[in-house]
Ligand binder design. Structure first.
Ligand SMILES: O=P(O)(O)OC[C@H]1O[C@](O)(CO)[C@@H](O)[C@@H]1O
Length: 446
């Protein structure tokens, strides 16, 4: 039985009984494309077997490096963007105390992320946070030339060298990059940084279970054995092309049925603040995989109940192109009882002595029914709790789903050609050599 549960039972108003069955032939074809490598982007299917087929020696080195960093650093900075950032960020948040870096009694290093924007203010404030403390860097970039992390790496490396000298700094830089080529690989080889590999057959947004995500997660104290264990079990669970037996494929099929009926935006929602970055990771996974050839579901997100007081009105009554997928945590990490307060005016007497988890659940159930009544199809992925095993399982659920979903929609779920357009313009506007003609052209348009 699956460790997490996909619930489509509330879709009956939007999807007829026969429609899922009618998707079976398409799903079978998509599954064949994926597993036999006959589909577009077939060089990037490494995520399928990664949970069992990973480099065990490197995995041991990741654990050893994490231990070393934990013992010699008060601060750890993971530098990367997109798929070289979001998976680790999502997992660290999912698995940690809500206020991890300020947690009383925390023994492990503070963990920060850099290279995920071009904000000088952010980086200056981060440098301020590090102060004179011992720190290490994990620079993560498959290409080694992505502007944002390259700038952050230069600046933080200079701080590291200023503190420890050239030789000392080398022992505190961990590079996660291409196995054989690229600027970061060349620098790492020359400088002797400890290196970890972004596998050739795994794209950035599918890479959280490789060294890309595993080193930061391990440094933060996440149990990466259990993470891989959960993903490996999910791999077995979601390997059957039969829709009645594969809930990841059901999710893919339902969202495509809904998409074809005009539900073109999907909101991933949670009721736990530590799941906010799960949505950010999911948005890249879905958006970069599906948004191409002028089609694809637009992935968005909302954090409840917070956003019920901001986006709630739109979701209830705005343009009817929304579908929702809730990631619901059955057993929260902690629970609190609402205290009795004599003579209080807040109208909460009926909630006294009841648990916050019960209130949260009733909010979720109430929202589902209200949104269904408002014309928004709602699906739920229920997870038993927030532990590493469950997270590995959930990651695999979404990765399997989006690969199938992409093939169902007739696109290559593994490339991202559109991301290059803004980069070319930015390079031209910054006067990068080789872009001279384009620089003139773009400046004339500004
Ligand atoms: O690891 P790199 O090469 O720095 O790329 C980072 C990210 O940039 C993209 O290529 C495009 O944004 C993503 O797919 C990738 O995750």
């Amino acid at each position: 039985m699956a460790h997490i549960k996909f619930d489509s039972s509330k879709l009956s108003k939007f999807v007829h009984d026969n429609e899922l069955g009618q998707m079976q032939a398409l799903v079978t074809a998509a599954d064949t494309e994926l597993r036999e490598g006959t589909g577009a982007g077939n060089d990037f299917r490494g995520f399928i077997d990664l949970p069992v087929d990973y480099d065990k020696d490197e995995f041991a080195r990741i654990k050893a490096a994490a231990k070393k960093i934990q013992s010699d650093s008060e601060v750890f900075v993971a530098i990367g963007i997109g798929g070289s950032y979001l998976g680790a960020r999502m997992a660290v948040d999912f698995l940690s105390h809500t206020f991890r870096n300020y947690e009383p009694g925390r023994k492990l290093p503070e963990v920060y992320f850099a290279g995920n924007s071009i904000s000088g203010s952010y980086l200056a404030d981060l440098i301020d946070m590090i102060g004179d403390r011992d720190f290490s860097l994990n620079v993560i970039s498959k290409s080694g030339t992505t502007t944002e992390p390259s700038i952050a790496f230069r600046i933080l490396k200079a701080k590291l060298i200023a503190k420890y000298g050239e030789a000392g700094a080398k022992g505190r830089i961990y590079a996660t990059t291409d196995r054989a080529k690229g600027a970061l690989k060349t620098e790492s080889d020359a400088q002797g940084y400890e290196e970890f590999v972004v596998p050739d057959d795994i794209g950035g947004r599918y890479s959280v279970l490789s060294a890309v995500g595993l080193l930061p997660i391990a440094v933060a104290g996440g149990d990466i054995d259990e993470l891989m264990h959960g993903a490996a079990d999910a791999r077995s669970e979601y390997s059957d092309a039969d829709l009645s037996k594969n809930e990841a494929y059901q999710y893919a099929a339902y969202r495509n049925i809904l998409y074809r009926k005009g539900y073109t935006t999907e909101l991933l929602e949670n009721y736990e603040p530590t799941l906010q970055y799960l949505s950010e990771w999911w948005k890249q996974l879905m958006g970069e995989s599906e948004g191409k050839d002028e089609k694809g579901i637009y992935p968005s997100s909302a954090n409840f109940s917070t956003d019920l007081h901001s986006l709630g009105q739109y979701i209830q009554e705005g343009l009817r192109n929304l579908m929702e997928t809730v990631v619901w945590v059955e057993q929260p990490n902690h629970d609190l009882t609402i205290p009795v307060e004599a003579g209080s005016q807040d109208g909460l007497a009926y909630l006294e002595n009841r648990k916050m988890s019960e209130v949260n659940r009733k909010a979720y159930e109430g929202v589902v029914l209200a949104h269904l009544d408002g014309g928004v199809p709602v699906m739920t992925v229920s997870i038993p709790k927030q532990d590493a095993y469950t997270l590995g399982y959930l990651i695999y659920f979404f990765e399997a789903a989006v690969a199938i979903s992409g093939y169902l929609n007739g696109i290559n779920p593994f490339n991202q050609p559109g991301v290059e357009s803004y980069k070319r313009n930015m390079f031209a506007l910054l006067g990068r050599p080789g872009y001279e003609e384009m620089t003139k052209e773009l400046n004339a348009r500004l």
